[in-house]
Every structure is written in C-alpha cells, then in structure tokens.
Design a binder for this molecule. Structure first.
Ligand code: F0G
Length: 461
C-alpha cells in the first residue's frame, strides 16, 4: 500500500459522552409541525445531530473544565478577568477589554458608543444581530462586500472581501464624518463562512487611514479566517494561525467578539479597542447593560474558560481538524451533486435552497421548508439563512429578498465524529432525491425583531 496519502484525525480523544435520544420519522413529523416548521422552536432532546449553530455548542477541553473550578466569583476585579484581558492582549493585540455576556452585548455597546443618528455603517454583508444594533442606534447599514459573495457558485477564494470601490462611493456620497466605522466580519457568516484576505485588510487600513475612518472587526470566527489565509494566500503558508490572527487584528481599531464560536465556550463575549476614549465610554455603558466592567455579564469561571479557549483556538492542529471536518462533509455532498455554496466555508455547509428546490418561490420560504424536511428525514437540525433571516425593509415593509437562500448545516467544534458527518450527508442526499415532493410554507406568525428565531409556518397544500 502506498503511504503517499495518509489519513489524519482530530488532535484529541473523547473523555465524556452525552447520550442522544433516537426518534422515529412519525415522531419528528409531529415535532416539526408543533414547532411551526421552525427548527429554532424544536426541543433539543428531539434532535439527533444538532447543526442549528456552532454558537455556544462546542465541547470544552479538560483544561477549560478544570479552569471552571478556578472561578473567582468576586463582583469586582476577578482574577479571571485579568487572565482574559492578558489573553486578549497576547493573541489579538488590543489594549482594552470590555467583557460582555455574548457577542450581541458587545455590538450593542459599540453601536451606542460609536453610531450617531443618521450615520452610515458599511459592512461586508450584514449579520442579523449586528445590523439590528446598528439600526437601533440610529445608523443605516450599507453592504460593501464584493459582488462574488452574493453568488453561491463563484469560486473566489476570499468572498468576504470588502469592495473598496463600493466603500469609496459611500464616502464620496455621505462624507467620511457620516461613516461611524467600517464593520468587517471575519469570516462572513451569511455568505457561507467566507474569509477576508490579509491583502484586503491591509488595503482597507490604508484607505480608512487616509479618510480618518475606524475599522472594527467582528472577529467571532477570526481563527477560521486565519486558517483560510494560511491555506490560500501567498506568503502565509508557513505562518502560524496565531501569527496570522494577530496580524489581522493589527489592521483594525477594535473588535466585537462572540466567544461562543472560535473561543470554544458555551457563553461569553467582549468588545476590545485600542482607543482610550472609546474604551472609557464603552466601559461606562457596559455597567448599564451587562455588568461591572470587570465581568460584563460573565461569571468568573466563564472568563477563565474563555481565556483558555482563546489559546486553544489558535493552535494549528486544532484549526486543521476543525475546518477539516467541515471540508470532509462538503466534499461528500459535492461528490453527490448537492448544490452547496462554494468554496466551502469555515463553520458549516450552506445548502443552496434556490437550486435545491427550484419549484418553490422565495416568498414560500424554500430554505425554511428544506430545513424542516431534513429534520423529518433524519433528526438533523439545520437553520434557515435566507428570506426569513433577512427580515423586512424598514421603509417599505416588504421582505428583503436576499440573493442567497440557504440552509446552514453548522458544525459545532469538537462535538461530532466523521460517522456523524456520513449520516448527515446521506440524509441530505435522500431529501435531494425526493426534492420534488417538498412543499413551500406560509408564515402564520411573525415577531417584530429577528423574526427567524420565533416565526411560525404552515405547510402549503
Ligand atoms: N457576529 C457573528 C458573525 C455571528 O455569527 C454571531 C452569532 C454574532 C455576531 C452574535 O454573537 O450570538 O454571541 O450574541 N451567531 C450565531 C449563529 C447566533 O448561529 O451564527 P452572539
């Protein structure tokens, strides 16, 4: 046997397992109907493989669990805060840390501190909570991602890149003073976990320096972005994930972070900045919404686990296995001819519901219907990322009709095995073979904010 191609496996072994309940198709039919065909409204115990999100669903390491016993649960000045602050300074290079209960807490604080009513907030595609906080603070989000990001079949290696031409148009139209900051997400969740290149971050820094505009990262999945830079960008193949992450942060003025993704914890987040004035405003604001500026909504033990998780997240072997598992599932689906967003991103596979279910019109919620169908087939829980997630235009009241109508199969970190990936792939293939029978949906309840979480549907006849 030739050993030119050797298999590799995860750089960990499993110490504890969580048993799952197995259900029948009839039980799942009933469960999804009761959940209004919204996978967010299913009970977790009725789910076999949970791909709803990679957020807060990671398996912590023994080191992180051991750290939970070191929680210094003081109201003020917990030693775990200082450990977290050190980790943020060491791995990301930002000077000031404002802990928050999760990412959206940081988005709220940043938006309130930096956005004035009537401002424009350019970003490389929207994220649901990020855009909502920008709007609640009086800003208007403007999409400045490159066009390729909206095309599920474009093979551009850095589909998350900012289009500097689009940004320049906004600056010319509104003036730099009206731009609160440029919000750059790494990776871009709603584009399919697509990365931003280092070159793009450098060019953005040069451009914004020239115009006196700040750049704030949404660095929720920065280590995954760094992995793609290492694999795809010239000059980075020999650099470590840790070095790439630090260089990326170096081209920005601050960041919001949901620790629930890269940092391998179940809860937590932060805002980090270099500017002392912004820090002072933010650390005053955090006491109103989150908690004292040395805990910001997290227990001491949570800050301890997050500090350790940040260190684990930038290890090369960890990231190779993490993204490797996602690519394994992607390859299996591609081989079977399933329409997915390409290239495969860092945190999950995105099924292209427009191509999967071409007979269902977008206002009959094809991605929502596909996620429900997949659950009934195998107990795999996925999430809609299309017209339901996009919400409504504030002015016209009509749905936004995003080009991308996707179902996200999000892979939690260090949780599932290769055999689980095989089961997922086979289920998607089975639904694909029977796709003609899948019916569209009608929305029968629509909440005011972030409707995808709680909206309810009925099946069309
Ligand atoms: N930014 C990005 C890119 C995200 O993906 C998320 C959360 C947030 C900010 C907000 O962070 O949840 O800690 O408040 N994304 C989750 C997801 C919910 O499933 O993609 P949070």
């Amino acid at each position: 046997m030739s050993l030119s191609k050797r298999s590799w496996a995860e750089p960990f072994k499993i110490k504890m397992v969580e048993l799952l309940k197995m259900t029948t198709p009839a039980q799942r039919q009933k469960a999804i109907k009761e959940a209004g065909y919204n996978t967010f409204l299913l009970k977790s115990e009725d789910v076999y493989i949970d791909l709803l999100t990679d957020s807060g669903t990671s398996a912590m390491s023994d080191q992180q669990w051991a750290g939970m016993m070191l929680g210094d649960e003081a109201y003020a000045g917990s030693k775990n805060f200082y450990k977290l602050e050190k980790a943020v300074q060491k791995y990301y290079g930002y000077k000031y840390l404002i802990p928050t209960h999760q990412g959206r807490g940081a988005e709220n604080i940043l938006s309130q501190v930096m956005i004035k009513k009537g401002d424009i907030v350019p970003g490389n595609m929207y994220f649901t909570t990020t855009r909502l906080h920008q709007e609640l603070a009086g800003g208007t989000f403007a999409d400045v991602i490159i066009d390729e990001a909206h095309d599920s079949e474009s093979l551009h290696p850095f589909k998350g890149n900012v289009d500097l031409g689009k940004l320049d148009k906004l600056v010319k139209k509104y003036g730099a003073k009206k731009i609160s900051y440029v919000c750059v997400a790494v990776t871009v969740n709603l584009a399919g976990g697509q990365p931003v290149s280092m070159q793009n971050l450098k060019e953005l820094r040069q451009y914004t320096n020239k115009h006196g505009i700040k750049v704030m990262l949404d660095m929720t999945r920065i280590a995954e972005n760094a992995y793609f830079i290492q694999q795809r960008e010239k000059g980075y193949a020999k650099k470590s994930i840790a070095a790439i992450v630090k260089e990326m942060c170096g081209y920005t003025d601050g960041a919001t972070f949901s620790g629930k993704k890269d940092a391998l914890v179940n809860i937590g987040g932060f805002l980090a900045v270099n500017d002392k004035d912004i820090y002072e405003d933010a650390s005053n604001m955090v006491v109103v919404y989150e908690g004292l500026h040395t805990y910001g909504g997290m227990a001491g033990r949570d800050m301890e686990a997050m500090a350790t998780g940040i260190e684990e997240s930038v290890q090369d072997e960890h990231m190779k296995a993490r993204v490797g598992q996602v690519l394994y599932l992607g390859d299996s689906l591609l081989e079977a001819g399933i329409p997915i967003v390409l290239p495969v991103g860092g945190h999950g596979i995105f099924l292209d519901a427009k191509r999967f279910l071409p007979h269902i019109k977008q206002d009959q919620f094809p991605a929502q219907a596909l996620a429900a169908e997949l659950y009934v087939d195998s107990g795999v829980r996925a999430m809609e990322r299309g017209i339901v997630s996009a919400g409504r235009n504030k002015k016209t009241g009509d749905h936004y009709y995003p080009k991308l109508e996707l179902v996200r199969l999000t892979i939690p970190r260090r949780v599932y095995t290769q055999a689980h990936m095989d089961v997922i792939s086979e289920s998607v293939q089975h639904v694909y073979e029977h796709r003609d029978k899948v019916k569209g949906l009608k929305m029968v309840y629509e909440p005011k904010y972030l409707r995808f979480f709680q909206a309810r549907f009925e099946k069309l006849k």
